[in-house]
Ligand binder design. Structure first.
Ligand SMILES: Cc1cc2nc3c(=O)[nH]c(=O)nc-3n(C[C@H](O)[C@H](O)[C@H](O)COP(=O)(O)OP(=O)(O)OC[C@H]3O[C@@H](n4cnc5c(N)ncnc54)[C@H](O)[C@@H]3O)c2cc1C
Length: 414
């Protein structure tokens, strides 16, 4: 059969898109219509699909629930089908896998954990985005390698330096993203990942045959979205850290346990411009003067906004963070001076909407309480203003050492 005849025609794309939209609308309406009666069904579905795990998270990775597992399987199946359906020869397979890899590249280039599109515009949480990004990345890598292998098996095809560079870049991206390296050298991973992705983008531009074709459109879209994301990121970084009112440097206070050893730190940051706060937000901090290693000075780590005094309704000019000391940057931070310039990037993330629940239980261990304090304040304010339904609010806070956060509360009360 002729290759052109095998291609899915535009009207079929349209029919698939329309069908998917209809199914989405129907499911939405069905869930709404079920309303009160549907609650047990929804609860059962939630229990079986999103709360039952196929695999438990390793440090630096995510839990895989039944729903997430089904989604990965569907994504992989859709890609395999789109790759092999009606394919009779190797050149078509090579072309199809290459095009599919480029299609998958578009969501990948929406950005990482600080993505303007995913995190800020769509409000998708850090773990969900990380999970999706990793799996789409793996599928994209598999497609790109299949594309390369299919081309290699074609006798008339000659590999150039660009093909070798592309394969090396892909292998480096894949290897550097494995959980072992990600967990051990997170900062090196993040920075090299961005650099390798930029290199891949340039090499792909040189690799594809440009013109009014679908491949150019995909790569152009990926480049455009990535550029807008970075332009926005740089602008926001400048707004947060330059100009505005003159502020004192950030303060770093050590929190000791009963034995006197520093286990956590309390950071206070004055903002150059006031901002509107909501619970569940976090910022990335960089402290250029942090001692010991050069690397620590350029590292950027995420921390929840634990507390922020309000100067007006939800408006703040000061942020408080709680940092539990680990082995890297947060360990080095113990040796930092009591006052230091702290660069901030954010805020990112948003907390869950809790206003409609009448009993809310918060669980935390150590510095994890930082994720709850603003949510608790929001609920108490909502309760007083009668905008939140909460009647009973409990916080279960597990502390390894009683003395650890005692100093913090003494500081705040004085
Ligand atoms: C959204 C979010 C909010 C967080 N809020 C808080 C908080 O309020 N208080 C608190 O104590 N901790 C918080 N953390 C965890 C904190 O960011 C990490 O523990 C910290 O970056 C570790 O730094 P380190 O170099 O000392 O760690 P290391 O000892 O080198 O590594 C410890 C672990 O932290 C992870 N990690 C290292 N660097 C980063 C990074 N830049 N981004 C994400 N993970 C990293 C690694 O996967 C590693 O497994 C938060 C993490 C996230 C993702």
């Amino acid at each position: 059969m002729d290759i052109a005849a095998n291609k899915l025609q535009p009207h079929k794309y349209y029919a698939i898109a329309l069908g998917s939209l209809l199914i989405l609308l129907l499911s939405w309406n069905l869930a709404a219509a079920l309303g009160h009666h549907g609650r047990p069904i929804l609860a059962l579905a939630r229990k079986c699909l999103s709360q039952t795990l196929i695999s438990v998270r390793l440090n630096g990775s995510s839990d895989v629930s039944v729903a997430a597992g089904l989604l990965i399987a569907a994504l992989a199946a859709a890609n395999i089908l789109a790759c092999v359906i009606f394919v009779k020869d190797v050149p078509t397979l090579a072309q199809r896998s290459g095009t599919l890899a480029l299609i998958n590249l578009v969501p990948l280039y929406l950005g990482g954990s600080r993505s303007l599109w995913i995190n800020i515009a769509c409000g998708v949480s850090h773990p969900v985005h990380g999970f999706a990004h990793r799996w789409i990345g793996r599928i994209c890598l598999a497609l790109a390698i299949s594309h390369g292998l299919a081309r290699l098996s074609m006798l008339e095809w000659k590999a150039t330096y660009m093909h070798v560079i592309l394969m090396v870049l892909l292998c480096l991206l894949g290897t550097a993203s494995t959980i072992l390296l990600r967990r051990r050298f997170y900062e090196v991973f993040v920075k090299s990942h961005v650099a390798l992705s930029a290199g891949l983008q340039i090499c792909l531009w040189l690799h594809i045959s440009k013109g009014k074709n679908f491949e150019t459109l995909c790569l152009g879209l990926a480049a455009l979205l990535w550029s807008i994301h970075y332009a926005f990121w740089v602008a926001r970084l400048a707004i947060r850290n330059l100009g505005g009112r003159t502020v004192p440097p950030g303060s770093i206070v050590a929190l000791t346990d009963q034995g006197g050893s520093v286990k956590a730190l309390a950071l206070k940051i004055s903002l150059r411009r006031p901002w509107r706060l909501s619970h569940g937000q976090y910022i990335y901090i960089t402290i250029p003067s942090v001692p010991r290693t050069v690397g620590s000075a350029v590292q950027s780590h995420p921390y929840m906004i634990a507390w922020a005094p309000e100067v007006a309704d939800k408006i703040t000019t000061e942020l408080h963070l709680l940092v539990q000391c680990q082995r890297g940057f947060s360990d080095v931070l113990r040796l930092a001076r009591a006052t230091a310039t702290i660069w901030i990037d954010g805020p990112y993330g948003r907390g869950p909407k809790l206003d409609d629940f009448d009993k809310v239980l918060f669980l935390a261990s150590g510095a994890g309480v930082a994720a709850h304090l603003l949510a608790i304040r929001h609920l108490l304010q909502g309760h007083n203003a009668r905008t939140a339904q909460v009647r009973r609010l409990s916080l279960l806070w597990v502390l390894e050492s009683e003395g650890l956060f005692y100093n913090l509360f003494c500081m705040e009360c004085s």
